[in-house]
Design a protein around this ligand. Sequence first.
Ligand SMILES: Cc1cc2nc3c(=O)[nH]c(=O)nc-3n(C[C@H](O)[C@H](O)[C@H](O)COP(=O)(O)OP(=O)(O)OC[C@H]3O[C@@H](n4cnc5c(N)ncnc54)[C@H](O)[C@@H]3O)c2cc1C
Length: 360
Amino acid sequence: MEISCNHNLRKQNTFGMDVSCACYVEYGSADELVMFFSEGKQFSLPRPFLHIGKGSNLLFTKDFEGTVFHSGIKFIRPAVPADNIPSISRTETVDVEVGAGTLWDDFCIWCAENSLWGPENLSGIPGETGAAAVQNIGAYGVEIQDIIKEVRCFDAVTCSVKTITKTDCHYGYRDSVFKQSAKGRYIVTSVVFTLSAGTGPRLAYGHLKAAAEKALAASGCKEFSPAMIRSVVLGIRDAKLPDPAKTGSAGSFFKNPVVPKIFYDRVEHYAKSKYGQDYEVPHFDAGSGFIKIPAAWLIDQSGWKGYREGNAGVWEKQPLVLVNATGKAAPEEIVALAGRITASVVNLFGIELTPEVEYI
Ligand SMILES: Cc1cc2nc3c(=O)[nH]c(=O)nc-3n(C[C@H](O)[C@H](O)[C@H](O)COP(=O)(O)OP(=O)(O)OC[C@H]3O[C@@H](n4cnc5c(N)ncnc54)[C@H](O)[C@@H]3O)c2cc1C
């Protein structure tokens, strides 16, 4: 376990905010956490505590006065010997345990290389595997909960390691028990996934289906492979999202609002009077009289796409993404821009956007 003081976090948050924490703890195993907390060593550390992954869903609004924990638990461990994976039949599944500090996309690469279906639609999402299970990451019609079997955690209340079943994770849209009632109690140490050798691709998401079919035709192969779908997903993402290595952001800044149908009717009325009666507002039926409207569409209609103010901006290819356009943005600039966008969407549509990004 390594503990340091006044640790700079600029390289540990994808927005690139130049902030520090009073104390920083990097640990390498669940046993280290158990020992550290059992011996009461945490009482000497400044509060509050915050666990981070790659900081790709966080907006640090100022220096953090407490202690930041980060996992160095990195492994990908299939339940069968690695040599046996190629001979798994198409009707079989295999469980794979992944250390929480493992980069999520390293696991996606491993699955593609081993021709195992499961996370391919979630390829390219920044961050670590532990955080991915906390966030219930999702993309192109798939959520991580679809392939999670169980999550292993350090429980700071009992100072022990416990296994939480998928049911007890209470997964929802970008939500889980780790973000709600158990926030601050559990540190995810590893995640167990159930993968399959034969389920095939999940192409319900329109753009992905068309692009995948094109790639299959061009490849001359008879059927899709996890590696092919991964490559198609990465292509779609690259065309739309900023590369975190070049432009600071936290991906989608706002959640897609789910509103009563009466709100949607107003939005539709606005759009049809502006663009004509044939215009279709993008939307999804969320059940029980509620409709999900893409926040990107609402922000675009409010005129923000490609907007730039000081060092902060709105990504020109995807208005849901706020960016640190120059690499020098201060937290206040991002916060102020997010506030102005929220206010303008309320003014135009009466719909209040809520951040998907976590303000720290
Ligand atoms: C360019 C870009 C594209 C993105 N695209 C997508 C996308 O398509 N779909 C999507 O869902 N998200 C997307 N995101 C958001 C982000 O990548 C995910 O939310 C990701 O899972 C965050 O991982 P992280 O390691 O960076 O976690 P962080 O942002 O550091 O932390 C996220 C949360 O998890 C908690 N946490 C972290 N590690 C642990 C742990 N071991 N135990 C307990 N709690 C922990 C933190 O306290 C925090 O609450 C994107 C982000 C960027 C920058």
